[in-house]
Design a protein around this ligand. Structure first.
Ligand SMILES: [Zn+2]
Ligand SMILES: [Zn+2]
Length: 271
């Protein structure tokens, strides 16, 4: 059984509930430990980051909650770092999720996951409709997480497929997509990063299965990669969303353990 969720947002970024509400909901859902992974400040205007000047208050609140709930539920201080925010100091967190939400394109960046329209525009405006090229750019950016030594976990490996159950923007079986995703995965595995099986798109009604999808989970297993399970929860209703399904998929892909944060380090736990 999965008893930890290290991917949670709150009113400090684009989450809908307070830190304490998220902790109480997680405790009620049977979790033994949780972590907050606030969206890091980005080098451009957006609606989902925690601005740099507010990070100290965020840190103070999570640390206070850690103390308040000690002995009842373990609370960890994390950050969801974006590869675009390269020079941000992220050394003072208990753990770091390394993700790509915005993909650099000539003249700026484009969202990888805002809504189906932004994904469609990303493929059509920036790559003339060549979805493989759009995927190559995303995975090249994600591979940068391998170079970030503070990053422990790779966030939502194939996030660009968030809307694909309905819209089929990408062909995961095309040779170019496969090469790009595999190259990123190999680099990230080699760097020792842990891959999360992320159920966030299920709680928001976009998908019925977590990412990465089964074929990438199986490849991850083949490559000797590490895996964990997280909910990417933005609301109290999603703190353990589809954890049973995620655990079942992890086992089906051949994994016998998942990695969890225990104190200061990640350790494997049998499932
Ligand atoms: Zn994310
Ligand atoms: Zn997130």
């Amino acid at each position: 059984m999965i008893t930890q969720n290290l991917h949670m947002h709150s009113t400090w970024d684009d989450g809908q509930c307070s830190i304490e509400e998220m902790i109480l909901a997680s405790k009620a859902a049977g979790l033994a430990s949780v972590g907050f992974s606030v969206h890091c400040p980005m080098p451009f205007e957006n609606t989902w980051e925690c601005p740099k000047e507010r990070l100290p208050e965020y840190i103070a609140e999570v640390r206070a909650m850690q103390k308040k709930y000690a002995g009842s539920i373990d609370v960890y201080l994390g950050i969801e770092w974006d590869a675009t925010a390269e020079d941000l100091d992220i050394s003072s967190y208990d753990y770091v999720i390394g993700s790509v939400h915005e993909i650099p394109v000539p003249g700026g960046t484009r969202s990888a996951d805002a809504n189906p329209e932004t994904t469609r525009a990303y493929i059509h405006d920036c790559f003339g409709g060549d979805a493989d090229a759009a995927a190559e750019a995303y995975f090249a950016e994600l591979a940068k997480v391998a170079r970030k030594k503070e990053a422990d976990i790779v966030g939502h490996f194939d996030l660009i497929t968030k809307f694909d159950e309905m819209h089929h923007f990408f062909d995961e079986n095309s040779p170019r997509y496969q090469r790009a995703a595999r190259a990123a995965m190999e680099k990230l595995v080699k760097a020792g990063k842990i891959f999360e099986v992320n159920t966030g798109a299920i709680s928001r009604g976009y998908r019925t299965t977590p990412y990465p999808s089964m074929q990438w989970l199986k490849l991850l297993r083949e490559l000797g990669g590490k895996v964990t399970v997280s909910a990417d929860a933005h609301h109290i209703s999603g703190v353990t969303c589809a954890f049973d399904l995620a655990e079942q998929m992890v086992k089906e892909a051949g994994f016998e353990e998942i990695w969890v944060l225990e104190g200061r380090e990640f350790v494997p736990v049998k499932i």
